[in-house]
Design a protein around this ligand. Structure first.
Ligand code: GLA
Length: 394
């Protein structure tokens, strides 16, 4: 896709040239799953797949949006004076929510704008196409109206849209990764303090392969909120004795010594995952820094097992992909990535095995599940930004 494609569509729809162009990536999470809303650590990176926009300011108060990914929804139009959630506005509720909260924070958006959007992140695949469109709108509005919104504020606004506008009680990982990504770097983020560090992803002769189950996450949002609720119950029961604000503050020892305070067995398993996964994430960063890719891969595998057994968010599709990946030669590690319940998994695979890997895992998956998985090589790219009108994207 090139920006020229977007520009042509823009001219067809709005009969003039767009003024500016913007990009926001998707993300994968290397390790640290369901730890963000538990005050733990995550280790995501932005990918080179993402969402593009070409835009132009208007003179009136209208915002007119068109997505090449949802042509059946047509042009979606709303006024800056009426920025409420509307079911019929479908995907455009994400940009609308961003504009809503930017204005609520006191930034002046004096006129509307028109915009064409196109993304190459598979939708609903757990690669954060929603955080991508949120941050895309954030940098777009920030750029068009020269608002100077600090990046962290845009990230937090993105999370608010998800939580308060859309109704998914997600943590901050996705918006942070999409907003702060850097080429060939992972981001270790402490979700309690928001302190972070970049770590080079040196995979030597390996690639990160994204494996898409092609199972859409229909019930995902309600199950996601349910998991979050269970972690809150565990925290409040542990707080009867322990002076903690989040599960992520506990060591394994502290958890094991106090887990009897959690009365429900299922809730206890959820807490165990959150605490052990947080510790695995910190260990994984150490291993990566020391160049111990094999140990890093083992931690990825343990992460998946814990998400399958204790957090129970994998399901047959993700398990089939990951378990088939574990059997292949040249694989350091594989795990689901993102919220789970369908969506994508990742694997670290030796360059010379990538072809066989895709063929073999693809075949096992098709035989077991009855439809195809898709595979992509993940490039680790930069965060949301303005791009040249001439920029060429993949
Ligand atoms: C989704 C949420 C994130 C995070 C992951 C699970 O991607 O948006 O905040 O909780 O699930 O790690």
């Amino acid at each position: 896709m090139t920006i020229t494609v977007l520009s042509n569509k823009f001219q067809e729809l709005f009969h003039s040239l767009p003024e500016r162009a913007f990009f926001a990536p998707g993300r994968i999470n290397l390790i640290g799953e369901h730890t963000d809303y538990n005050g733990g650590h995550v280790f995501p990176c932005a990918i080179t797949y993402g969402t593009y926009a070409a835009a132009r300011k208007r003179e009136d108060q209208l915002v007119r949006l068109y997505s090449e990914n949802f042509p059946d929804k047509g042009m979606i139009e709303f006024n800056l004076n009426k920025l409420d959630y509307e079911k019929d506005h479908h995907w455009a509720n994400y940009p609308k929510g961003i504009i809503h909260f930017i204005m609520e924070a006191g930034y002046m958006i004096p006129t509307g704008f028109e915009c064409v959007i196109k993304g190459n992140i598979p939708n609903g695949a757990g690669l954060s196409s929603s955080a991508s469109i949120e941050l895309l709108t954030g940098v777009l509005v920030n750029g068009l109206y020269e608002l100077d919104i600090p990046r962290l504020e845009l990230i937090k606004i993105g999370k608010r849209v998800e939580n308060e506008f859309i109704g998914v009680n997600s943590g901050i990982m996705d918006q942070f990764a999409v907003g702060m990504g850097k080429e060939n770097r992972g981001i270790l983020l402490d979700c309690q303090t928001l302190k972070y560090e970049y770590a080079p992803i040196k995979l030597e002769n390996h690639k990160i392969i994204i494996m898409n189950t092609n199972r859409r996450r229909e019930l995902a949002d309600s199950k996601y909120n349910e998991r979050r609720g269970q972690c809150e119950v565990a925290l409040s029961q542990l707080q009867q004795i322990l002076p903690i604000d989040a599960l992520g503050q506990l060591s394994k020892r502290e958890f094991e010594d106090n887990k009897h305070l959690i009365t429900d067995e299922v809730v206890r398993k959820r807490a165990k995952h959150a605490i052990y996964e947080n510790i695995r994430t910190l260990k994984a960063l150490e291993e990566l820094k020391a160049g111990n890719l094999e140990a890093f891969g083992q931690l990825m595998n343990q992460s998946h097992a814990s998400l399958r057994e204790d957090y129970e968010v994998t399901g047959i599709e993700l398990d089939s992909l990951v378990e088939a990946a574990w059997q292949q030669p040249g694989v350091f590690g594989a795990r689901m990535t993102g919220a789970g319940f369908g969506g994508c998994a990742i694997a670290i695979v030796a360059n010379e095995e990538v072809g066989n890997f895709i063929a073999n895992v693809g075949e096992v998956y098709f035989e077991k599940i009855g439809y195809k998985a898709d595979f992509y090589v993940a490039g680790i790219g930069g965060g949301a930004k303005e791009i040249e009108m001439e920029a060429v994207a993949e």
